[in-house]
Design a protein around this ligand. Structure first.
Ligand code: NAP
Length: 253
């Protein structure tokens, strides 16, 4: 087992929700954290909170699907915090609709943020990981990868994240870099609140209905996902790579 030489992590979509919780957890684990997001105010506040707790962090605004912005943001994290060896590809959007009503723009925007964004981010970070001969990549997939009504774009993107992850594991393993995907079920965030609104339900009723279908009888929290990310990023997880771990309060396959 090799020790991480540079404890610097980048989390995308860290302005709120799961990404914000992962950033907080990695800071508590001793990582300096680059918080990246479209939402500058969110990542600035998140970075300030980590610094106030005695950690090191920087918030950087970017669109993960823009190659120049990605390169600039990763370079800035490297200059301010050190070589990034951990990458959590978490930024995501939904544009749900049934197939016959789905626009080309809704298809393209979802695949672009999840897949092109993760590709650009990973390409930018891998050079630091391979130089350091140590790295951890965690990609956010979803139970929707198995199919979900109204999400033909999102489920294709999240299934794509799984193939992306397995190929990264194969290509980067010899450099001491692991790549794994977390596939959450229902996690209470603004994303699921927006789904409730689209369906005309209160978020509380939506969560209660979802919990009744989940074996552990509750919906997930961002911290549930941060706990798993923390483990996959730890030195002790170095023999786990190319896996998709469903964090859904019950089995999925
Ligand atoms: P969220 O609350 O909507 O947060 C997503 C974050 O990503 C937002 O801060 C958003 O910025 C940012 N973002 C969106 N597009 C971006 C872009 N092009 N460049 C940079 N940042 C961008 O979502 P969440 O629920 O925390 O989800 C996080 C990840 O987990 C996503 O990949 C999602 O698909 C996945 N996931 C979530 C659930 C769930 O139940 N919540 C389940 C399975 C998988 P803005 O605030 O500016 O829009």
């Amino acid at each position: 087992m090799s020790e991480s030489p540079s404890r610097v992590a980048i989390v995308t979509g860290a302005g709120r929700g799961i990404g914000a919780a992962v950033a907080r957890r990695l800071a508590a684990d001793g990582f300096a954290v680059g918080l990246l997001d479209l939402d500058e105010a969110g990542v600035t506040a998140g970075a300030e909170a980590i610094v106030a707790d005695g950690g090191r962090a920087v918030g950087v605004a970017l669109d993960v699907s823009d190659a120049e912005q990605v390169e600039a943001a990763v370079t800035r994290v490297a200059e301010e915090l050190g070589a990034p060896t951990v990458l959590v590809n978490n930024a995501g959007i939904t544009r749900d609709n049934l197939l016959f009503k789905m626009s080309e723009q809704d298809w393209d925007s979802v695949l672009t943020v999840h897949l092109r964004g993760s590709f650009l981010m990973t390409r930018a970070v891998q050079k630091y990981q391979t130089e350091q001969k140590w790295g951890r990549i965690v990609n956010l997939s979803s139970t929707s990868a198995l199919g979900n009504r109204g999400q033909v774009n999102y489920s294709a993107a999240k299934a794509g994240m799984q193939g992306f992850t397995k190929t990264l594991a194969i290509e980067l393993g010899k450099f001491g870099v692991t790549a794994n995907a977390i596939a959450p079920g229902f996690i209470a965030t603004d994303m699921t609140a927006a789904t409730a609104e689209r369906l005309g339900m209160s978020f509380e009723d939506f969560k209660t209905a979802a919990a009744s279908q989940i074996p552990v009888q509750r919906v997930g929290t961002p911290e549930d996902i941060a706990n798993l990310a923390s483990f996959l990023i730890s030195d002790g997880a170095g023999f786990i790579s190319g896996q998709v771990i469903y964090a859904a309060g019950g089995p999925k396959d």
